[in-house]
Design a protein around this ligand. Structure first.
Ligand SMILES: Nc1ncnc2c1ncn2[C@@H]1O[C@H](COP(=O)(O)OP(=O)(O)O)[C@@H](O)[C@H]1O
Ligand SMILES: [Mg+2]
Length: 229
């Protein structure tokens, strides 16, 4: 579903990603770990075509993103759910309107919008907050809105860059367990994090980056900080 081949990306002559080869299959769940500066966010940005590699290819669902014209990027984004560390919610809009935003922009009929928003809020267990605005919600609830927004269009791939970076340990665990449940419905999920607790609690595939390179990739893995710092 996700494939990177010989991917190289530099900033100002310094490699942020150095010859990455990676395959994540359909419906797989994986953590991308590594210390700050390892290249996690850069790799994520390549996957949603916020940036392009200097060399190598990035494929999602058979589409080569390096060959995608700019006008095709919105089409790609519709097939991706993206979850951010800082949620990126519209502060003055209700939970429903935040989650509905993309569907309305796509011109989906309002009756379908309502149905799909309700279903997404049900998945993240926030139906009772549908009319709240973000500042009335806890951090964990705001991130659940972010996740509902990411899945409302039923994307085959869900990318989350440090989704628990602003949350306490208990809430972080709830969020990552929610992402795991979503993957069990068939969605390919990639989570970048440097949070050892959530990685070790789940024992799923762990891809470790260090200095822009994949230094280990194990199934049912743990995040050993001493090996990556
Ligand atoms: N937009 C940018 N401009 C210049 N350097 C960048 C930019 N984005 C990332 N980098 C550099 O690339 C490296 C990897 O960064 P990043 O992907 O953000 O790592 P991580 O998310 O693992 O902390 C770091 O050395 C960082 O300083
Ligand atoms: Mg980062």
């Amino acid at each position: 579903m996700i494939r990177l081949q010989n991917v190289y990306k530099e900033y100002g002559g310094r490699p942020a990603l150095n010859n990455i080869n990676l395959h994540i299959g359909l419906g797989e769940f994986a953590f991308l770990v590594g210390p700050s500066g390892a290249g996690k966010s850069t790799l994520m940005r390549l996957l949603y075509r916020e940036e392009s590699p200097d060399r190598g290819s990035v494929m999602i669902g058979g589409v080569n993103l390096t060959k995608l014209a700019s006008r095709q990027v919105p089409l790609l984004r519709r097939r991706l759910g993206i979850v951010f560390q800082d949620y990126k919610l519209l502060p003055k809009q209700t939970v429903t309107d935040n989650v509905a935003y993309v569907l309305r922009a796509l011109g989906v009929e309002e009756i379908d919008v309502q149905r799909r928003v309700q279903s997404a809020l049900c998945v993240v267990n926030l139906e009772d907050k549908a009319d709240a605005v973000p500042e009335e919600l806890s951090g964990g609830e705001q991130q659940r809105v972010g996740i509902a927004r990411a899945i409302v269009n039923g994307p085959p791939v869900l990318l989350a860059d440090e989704p628990t970076g602003n949350l306490d340990p208990t809430t972080s665990l709830e969020i990552v367990q929610l992402l795991e449940r979503i993957s069990q419905r068939g969605t390919t999920v990639l989570i970048s994090t440097h949070d050892q607790l959530i990685v070790n609690a789940l024992r799923r595939r762990v891809i470790s980056l260090k200095n822009g390179q994949v230094v280990s990739d194990v199934d049912s893995g743990v995040y050993e900080l001493e090996a990556t710092v």
